[in-house]
Design a protein around this ligand. Structure first.
Ligand code: PMP
Length: 365
């Protein structure tokens, strides 16, 4: 069978090495003669795993000691609501920057929960009309006198293929949805009050969310909410107020080990840069493929492109699939193509894709 490279935006491919290890120890984890799925989350063995995962993530991201790391249920969208419920009690107000589908969805959820009076939004996209180029322009917040509990933004828009690389400075605590770029490049965690991410791109299986939260944020007034999403309660219980998604947690722990064994975030950042460069170069050097994002905001994780001959798109997807290059269809809301090239995608996967793209163009001109 030819190698299959999976470009799905999420659930995304996981490192082959991790999957093989999980397969090997599926029925006998840690010498217990049972699967990790069948072990109590309060057993000493699972607690050891949880402690190691916490330590490894802290090391990988250089998370300062005044931050807690939570492993929770519900993926990215659960945190859209949890953030609001944990920080906007007593008529609090938040500012949401919108830059694409996911930041827009986060803002809509906030408005649904606290009403339009509790949420201000700023559209930070700047769309030039001819030729269409999507870019981001972050305003200077220092002249604003508003009292916001937090500023929310999404540094990588998975659907639109837009990434914000510049550090945002804000007089208010920054909450970032890093679902699709966490661990992809080095960041300074201390610039953020909260970082959250659904796991299914760079961490593990869907359903798990990782929340990195600075101590002082726990003191903000809360709204009434489900206890399982109460950050204070989850901190106090070591993310075990309810039964956590243990198998997803185990796989996340294995992904952290894999990252550490492979040079950590600094090394993966180099690979990710290389992969994105290969793919964007291929697009820019062709007459068939176009990407409409300004160079400085082109995502390293989700590379979107359209075919100038739109009628060839179905054929492109079909032929790619026959070569083992799967899940290249763009999001249903924007169409076109999308190659998601998260941490687990090897450079040779992107090389196989660009080779196919060049050949496809040659045979269709
Ligand atoms: N935020 C971003 C940036 C995402 O890409 C996604 C999912 N693709 C979500 C939030 C929602 O995550 P979930 O489906 O796990 O709720």
């Amino acid at each position: 069978m030819t190698d299959v490279y999976n470009f799905c935006a999420g659930p995304a491919m996981l490192p082959a090495q991790v999957m093989k290890k999980a397969q090997k120890e599926l029925l006998n984890w840690d010498g217990l003669g049972t699967s990790v799925m069948e072990v109590s989350h309060r057993s000493s063995e699972f607690k050891k795993l949880a402690k190691q995962a916490d330590q490894d993530l802290r090391e990988l991201m250089s998370i300062p000691d005044n931050y807690h790391v939570l492993f929770m249920h519900g993926g990215g969208r659960a945190q859209f609501a949890a953030v609001v419920n944990n920080f906007l009690g007593s008529n609090g107000k938040a500012l949401y920057l919108t830059s694409g589908q996911w930041s827009q969805a986060a803002a809509e959820e906030a408005i649904r929960l606290v009403g339009p009076k509790g949420v201000d939004t700023i559209d930070v996209t700047k769309n030039e009309v001819e030729p269409v180029v999507k870019s981001i322009s972050i305003p200077d917040f220092n002249n604003m006198n508003d009292e916001y509990r937090y500023l929310h933004f999404c540094p990588n828009e998975t659907v639109d293929g837009i990434e914000i690389f510049d550090d945002i400075s804000s007089p208010w605590p920054i909450v970032a949805d890093m679902s699709s770029n966490i661990l992809s490049r080095q960041i300074d965690v201390s610039r953020y009050a909260v970082i959250y991410a659904g796991a299914q791109k760079n961490i593990g299986p869907s359903g798990l969310s990782i929340v990195i939260i600075r101590n002082d944020m726990l003191k903000l007034p809360k709204l009434p909410q489900a206890s399982i999403f109460n950050y204070q309660m989850q901190v106090e219980s070591g993310s075990m107020y309810n039964t956590p998604p243990t198998f997803a947690w185990y796989l996340a722990a294995e992904v952290f080990k894999w990252l550490k064994q492979n040079g950590g975030v600094a090394q993966i950042e180099e690979n990710n840069y290389k992969k994105a460069e290969l793919l964007y170069d291929c697009i820019d050097n062709s007459n068939l493929y176009v990407n409409d994002v300004a160079i400085e905001n082109r995502s390293w994780m989700n590379v979107t492109f359209k075919l100038t001959k739109g009628t060839l798109e179905t054929e492109f997807i079909e032929q790619a699939k026959n070569k083992g290059l799967v899940a290249l269809k763009g999001h249903r809301l924007v169409g076109g193509m999308r190659a998601s090239i998260y941490n687990a995608m090897p450079v040779k996967g992107v090389q196989a894709l660009t080779k196919f793209m060049v050949e496809f163009e040659e045979s269709n001109t």
